[in-house]
Design a protein around this ligand. Structure first.
Ligand SMILES: [Zn+2]
Length: 213
């Protein structure tokens, strides 16, 4: 499995380009900004992008969808509960002193526990709300990788003070859906460095782990 991380935009968001070496089929997870740079990376990697996968509809995760669908002519997949937030993106951007162009069209709604196929790769959706409505993480079981969006970070968890956020719901999502994965699972988050489920279980101060080592 090919995985390349591009850190994009003012919020330093991790956009992931994933690909199946055999078929050359790829997908983009959370293209938040810098569409031209993402296109350049995809061309360099020689992938044919089959879909754009969204963990949740915060501006730093969705900002480059519209120009990229124009470029790759591929469907956008997201949880239905994230739709309301996506539709108000121009107003959200304005409040932050930013500009947001066209609201992207979502072609397929993904619910909990569905499998997205990227060539021979399989990404299973894990419904993990709490940080944002309809938040999904995506689990590549065979490769032992979880794309955790903004639910779980190295040493931290997602903020819950934005609309639709709930610390109680987030903690339940993390403990029931993410910490139940094998310890060796690599965690690729929406921001910041890579970690593993085992390391977060042991050391993440928000998860009742050991904290200071
Ligand atoms: Zn977010």
């Amino acid at each position: 499995m090919i995985v390349e991380t591009l850190i994009v935009g003012p919020f330093q968001e991790n956009c992931y380009v994933v690909g199946d070496e055999e078929s050359g089929t790829g997908a983009l997870i959370d293209p938040g900004d810098e569409a031209a740079r993402i296109v350049f990376a995809v061309e360099r990697m020689g992938l044919s992008i089959s879909q754009i996968i969204i963990t949740h509809a915060h501006i730093d995760h969705v900002g480059a969808i519209a120009p990229l669908t124009d470029e790759f002519l591929c469907p956008v997949v997201m949880h239905e509960e994230a739709g309301a937030m996506l539709r108000t993106m121009p107003q959200q951007a304005m409040m932050m002193g930013m500009r947001f162009g066209k609201v992207p069209k979502v072609d397929r709604h993904v619910a909990d526990d569905e499998v997205l196929e990227v060539g021979s790769l399989r990404l299973r959706s894990l419904y993990t709300p709490g940080h944002a409505p309809g938040h999904l993480a995506f689990y590549a079981e065979e490769q032992e990788i979880i794309f955790s969006g903004d639910a779980l970070f190295a040493g931290s968890v997602g903020r819950t003070d934005l609309p639709g956020g709930s610390m109680e719901v987030l903690m339940r999502s993390i403990s029931e859906r993410l910490l139940t994965l094998p310890d060796a699972t690599r965690v690729l988050s929406g921001h910041g460095p890579e970690t593993t489920i085992g390391r977060e279980r042991m050391t993440n101060p928000f998860l009742g782990g050991g904290g200071m080592l």
